[in-house]
Design a protein around this ligand. Structure first.
Ligand code: GLY
Length: 394
């Protein structure tokens, strides 16, 4: 068993230790510069003409900027980052206490990189309390008929009765909450949700649906459907990348080989649909020669998933996963990373949040722009390559 590659990865360059140091130094300079704008404000989910604007802490993406600051702190040990983030944490505490835009499942994306990290790195009590309250809000979205956490919208309405692949990145908050509180209820829901995702979201060929509807009365699987992807039968690049990282995290927590197999199938499909420079277009339907925009964030997310799994498997597989991750990150660093602040106040160019098509039911936003999670996962991958890293994802 293992990933069956037809790609010759040998031909690709690998980021080495010196490259990682340089990439981190470039990124940390930009992050430091950005503290002036984004200490008492949040950073928007995507840039406009490669410039992020400030906004309120009320988007699903607001956790990535503090996560990025924590990573800058870990790599530099410069207190300016810690001090800035402790201000951010107050805002996350207010957000969960006052229930500001938390009626969705993205509470892991919000509270793992911002507050679980704050607790792990500085023993900040407000961070711990906020993250546990976020876990409480997340389990309130659990649907026992079907066994899943409902992604969006009012509960118990037919049109909202679905989960999405991205949620594999939200449930690690629940595993963390059980470990932290000693209360198993969070882990139990995470476990059932992960199993439901495993059983339904992967197609025969290893590609994935973005979203999956369940039948509310019987709890039986209904059908897969696109939201941000090109079409119901395509593989949205970021969804596939969430699957790679998400199944790696599920394997870490569940220790069930079925998750390892799912990771391998999903990763294999992803790698077989990459263009020549290993950085996907926004949907894996598109390949070399396409005029469609890229989604650089998918490559960084996939690299983090490979690096996570490398810590969980035998030495041979681990070496392979690490070496592919280093090739993905080399390509991002070499061709897409911002090298100085005059170019952009983001870290990585050419991400895509949501590209409108007749099938994509989401609004068009952040096409061919920096995206805040793209910056975060690029920093996470570099951090993983630079040091032993205690994950923010539980
Ligand atoms: N979780 C939504 C996205 O990846 O754009």
């Amino acid at each position: 068993m293992g990933i069956n590659f037809t790609i010759n990865f040998e031909q690709y360059q690998t980021i080495d230790k010196q490259g990682v140091t340089q990439a981190l130094s470039d990124a940390i300079n930009i992050i430091k510069h950005n503290l002036t704008t984004f200490t008492h404000a949040s950073q928007m989910h995507s840039s406009v003409k490669n410039q992020y604007q400030a906004c309120k802490n009320d988007h699903w993406t607001s956790g990535f900027w503090p996560g990025t600051i924590w990573l800058a702190y870990e790599n530099s040990l410069d207190d300016v980052f810690k001090d800035s983030n402790l201000i951010q944490i107050q805002s996350f505490h207010q957000r969960i206490i006052n229930k500001v835009e938390i009626d969705h499942h993205d509470l892991g994306f919000l509270y793992s990189p911002s507050c679980v990290s704050a607790w792990k790195l500085t023993k900040n009590e407000q961070g711990r309390e906020s993250a546990i309250l976020a876990a409480d809000a997340l389990i309130a979205r659990y649907q026992s008929k079907g066994g899943f956490i409902q992604a969006w919208g009012a509960m118990n309405q037919l049109e909202n009765y679905r989960f999405i692949i991205d949620c594999l990145m939200n449930v690690p908050l629940l595993y963390w909450a059980s470990e932290e509180t000693g209360d198993d209820k969070y882990r139990q829901i995470a476990s059932v949700h992960s199993r439901t995702t495993l059983e339904n979201i992967i197609r025969e060929d290893g590609s994935t649906y973005h979203t999956f509807f369940m039948e509310p009365e019987s709890g039986k699987p209904l059908r897969g459907s696109a939201c941000q992807g090109f079409s119901d039968d395509s593989a949205w690049a970021r969804g596939q990348a969430w699957g790679i990282y998400g199944f790696a995290l599920a394997y870490k927590h569940e220790k069930d080989k079925e998750y390892l197999k799912a990771f391998e199938r999903v990763a294999e499909y992803f790698f077989h649909h990459l263009p020549d420079d290993l950085v996907p277009y926004w949907d894996l339907n598109f390949n070399n020669g396409s005029n469609e925009p890229r989604d650089t964030s998918s490559a960084s997310i996939a690299a983090c998933g490979l690096l996570e799994m490398a810590d969980l498997v035998d030495n041979e597989k681990a070496a392979l996963y690490r070496s592919i991750a280093k090739k993905l990150i080399y390509s991002i660093y070499n061709s897409y990373a911002v090298k100085n602040i005059d170019q952009s106040n983001g870290l990585v160019l050419h991400g895509t949040y949501s590209k409108k098509t007749p099938f994509n039911t989401c609004d068009e936003e952040g096409v061919d722009e920096c995206v805040s999670w793209g910056d975060y996962f690029y920093m996470e991958a570099l951090t993983r390559l630079n040091k032993d890293w205690d994950s923010y994802w539980g």
